[in-house]
Design a binder for this molecule. Structure first.
Ligand code: GRF
Length: 202
């Protein structure tokens, strides 16, 4: 069974979607641990409620050793790292150790509205401001850049002229909660092949 670690920095609704998908029998994998880079977030509570092992690797304490601490916790113990609203940057060594085994979910259609400092509500503010007709979410492999890794799957939502960033965020989140478990399922079933930047679903 695919063993995963889920890394969170906030509310953890995507983590919840994974938990729910496992409980419903849709996903056949096990969450070995949930790791957060800050104290006091609800994502950690969601894991605790379900009896999942949790670790807080506080970015303020670990600073530039955060990645190596997370590597210590995960290497040899999990098959896949899922970044579900995780805001710290993982270093080159971590990415090398888990090459094509780290996925991230981003709340836009990459390469639009992504990159350094584009996270949270800001992504949706920029999309609304720009006047795009469609936005969505992207699950991609994590490489050394910010939101630059090969795209695994995307889901599209409409954007309406009267939308606020909050409304768009909620619409996108609903799709995130379906897309992320879908991608994990594909990985668990070994149905994903990576060919350079192209990800082929078998
Ligand atoms: C999501 O919008 C995700 O795409 C982004 O961070 C947000 C996390 O939300 N990377 P949650 O903590 O899963 O509710």
């Amino acid at each position: 069974m695919l063993k995963i670690a889920v890394l969170v920095s906030g509310n953890g609704t995507n983590l919840q979607a994974i938990i729910d998908s496992i409980e419903s029998g849709y996903l056949n994998c096990s969450i070995e641990m949930v790791i957060s880079d800050r104290e006091g977030i609800f994502g950690i509570e969601r894991a605790k409620i379900k009896g999942i092992k949790t670790y807080v690797v506080d970015r303020k304490i670990y600073k530039n050793t955060l990645s190596s601490k997370i590597l210590d916790l995960t290497l040899g113990k999990v098959d896949l790292i899922v970044l579900a609203g995780f805001l710290s940057i993982l270093d080159k060594n971590f990415i090398e150790c888990f090459r094509n085994k780290i996925i991230n979910i981003h709340p836009s259609l990459i390469p639009a509205f992504c990159g350094p400092k584009m996270y949270g509500i800001k992504v949706h503010e920029k999309a609304v401001e720009y006047g795009v007709k469609y936005s969505g979410c992207t699950v991609h492999f994590v490489d050394e850049g910010t939101d630059t890794g090969a795209i695994i799957a995307q889901r599209v939502v409409p954007v309406y002229p009267e939308d606020t960033a909050d409304i768009l965020q909620q619409r996108v989140l609903l799709e995130e909660h379906k897309l992320l478990p879908e991608v994990i399922k594909l990985i668990a079933e070994k149905r994903i092949k990576v060919d350079g930047r192209k990800v082929i679903i078998l």
